[in-house]
Design a protein around this ligand. Structure first.
Ligand code: BG6
Length: 510
């Protein structure tokens, strides 16, 4: 499908600019700020979604003057912006950039921050609305929020709002997530907390809900009567990218499954919410996560697979084994790959397995949800060999080459009545053109207008952890003797193929 139409009304004309506010970024000297947050704010500025009454304060422990911070960010934006930077748009943003050097644990930092915020409110009319973005290592989350609370910076008086965005990882397991929720809940109300999962900022992830609930065509067959099984794949070609230290204590299950894959699963399988308000959507996600049949020590053995890559060739380049990456133990047992089979115990999905897999250094970068529909009840086309009767697959491709593809059978031209698999494809770029984005624009904007739909509520996060906990516990009791068990550049361990083969299924071939 390649219709070359573009939307008639520019999106910017349909939405109002964000509310006046100051964004305070903790960890402003780090990677996230320069690679994603500032480019996203620039894109919002370009789309006219930031008001004049707006400013940014960076806080970090790196000693740096305000002028130095401005010139650093000015250089960075030219490197990382997703569109060419235009001076008349960048200059007003640069003027609104402030910097505060300070330790996150010290009360004095917050007293200085308070003074600076008062000054910025006066200079730019930001009305005392503050959005605190914790772009720091997770061990600072609690300290920063406690200090913000002690300094009175998160109190919402006189119609002013105060919100906090918390990056991942949110906890390390169920207990630590609960403890963190409890500690921050002592300072903030739930409506002030925005737990970010950057997968929810991806257009195509948001489109899952539009696709399912904005079309009459698919929802009637979106259930156990018609669907055989669902596959969710998040395959990466990158390795740990210099984050060996972090990854060693994390692994694929915590890094990707508990958050990103479960978000994809919830969007694919949840019931229609009664409205698109934040709580209605998040209620449905929680209900879905609660319906997952908990794995036991026995089913962890049969229904999960972990893997770690050895050296190999990815995209024509020789890459080292995980155990040879910097700051990784030479006998590491951390998994760089995880696959699991989950069953959902509700009326819609009983008996329909969901197979999830994610891994680093795989053959190809692809994130997709593939839904296999049931076969026809009786085989009429006898001249067609069984392997040509490809089942109907609907694939929602999240990245790259975002789109939706439907595979179905068609008659091969000629006198014989034979069938082959053909594909009908919709590609985002063909239809809407390429819209350069970092994936953080919508998330930042939503936070500035107080819409938490795309952010995780405390119960969503805890439920995610409660599903992976039995796996983490079971894996911790046995050492994976066969690591490394897949070659970089392959599709992962053979055992992950077996997970489907023994059910008479296979991963959707690319
Ligand atoms: C992050 C993980 O949350 O997501 C990384 O910590 C991973 O390990 C990244 O590489 C993948 O995100 P994306 O958007 O590139 O699919």
């Amino acid at each position: 499908m390649t219709a070359a139409t573009t939307p008639k009304v520019p999106v910017e004309a349909l939405i109002r600019p964000a509310e006046p506010c100051v964004i305070v970024i903790f960890g402003a000297a780090g990677d996230l700020t320069k690679r994603l947050l500032l480019p996203a704010l620039y894109n919002l500025k370009q789309s006219n979604l930031l008001r004049q009454e707006f400013a940014i304060i960076g806080v970090a422990h790196t000693p740096m003057s305000q002028d130095d911070f401005r010139s650093k960010i000015a250089q960075d934006i030219h490197e990382f912006a997703t569109v060419p930077v235009e001076d008349h748009l960048w200059q007003p943003l640069e003027q609104r950039l402030y910097y505060l050097a300070g330790e996150f644990q010290e009360a004095d930092t917050y007293h200085q921050l308070q003074d600076l915020l008062t000054q910025v409110d006066q200079d730019y009319g930001t009305q005392g609305n503050y959005l605190f973005y914790l772009a720091t290592a997770s061990n600072f989350f609690c300290d920063i929020i406690t200090q913000l609370g002690a300094a009175g910076l998160v109190r919402e008086d006189n119609n002013q709002w105060r919100r906090v965005i918390i990056e991942k990882p949110f906890g390390h397991d169920l207990d630590s997530a609960r403890t963190l929720n409890k500690s921050i809940g002592a300072v903030l109300e739930e409506k002030q907390i925005y737990r970010i999962d950057h997968y929810l900022g991806k257009e195509t992830v948001q489109n899952i809900l539009v696709f399912r609930f904005g079309n009459g065509l698919f929802e009637p067959i979106w259930n156990r009567e018609h669907i055989d099984h669902v596959q969710i794949t998040v395959a990466e070609t990158v390795g740990v990218e210099g984050r060996g230290n972090f990854y060693e204590g994390t692994g694929a299950l915590r890094d990707m499954v508990q958050n990103h894959l479960f978000q994809l699963l919830a969007m694919t399988a949840m019931e229609p919410p009664i409205s698109f308000s934040a709580d209605e959507v998040r209620d449905e996600k929680s209900k879905l996560l609660k319906s997952i049949i908990p794995l036991t020590a026995e089913t962890v053995q049969t229904d999960t697979v972990r893997g770690q890559y050895s050296a190999g060739i990815v995209k024509d380049t020789q890459v080292p084994a995980y155990r040879s990456e910097p700051r990784v133990a030479s006998d590491s047992t951390t998994e760089t790959y995880a696959a699991l089979k989950l069953n959902i115990d509700n009326w819609r999905w009983a008996g329909v397995p969901f197979y999830l897999r994610t891994g680093k250094r795989l053959a190809q970068r692809v994130t997709e949800i593939a839904i296999q529909f049931k076969q026809v009840p009786s085989l009429l086309f006898r001249q067609t060999s069984i392997d040509r009767l490809t089942p109907n697959f609907l694939t929602i491709r999240i990245q790259p080459k975002e789109g939706i593809h439907l595979k179905f059978g068609a008659k091969v031209p000629g006198p014989a009545m034979t069938m082959d698999a053909v594909e009908m494809s919709f590609c985002y770029n063909d239809y809407f053109g390429k819209i350069p984005s970092t994936g953080y624009e919508t998330l930042l904007y939503d936070c500035m207008i107080g819409d938490a739909t795309l952010f995780q509520r405390s119960d969503n996060v805890e439920l995610g952890w409660s599903v992976v906990s039995p796996i983490l516990e079971a894996w911790a009791t046995t050492s994976p003797e066969n690591f490394p068990n897949y070659t970089a550049g392959s599709w992962g361990p053979l055992a992950a193929d077996d997970l489907l083969v023994r059910d008479g299924r296979q991963w959707l071939p690319d």
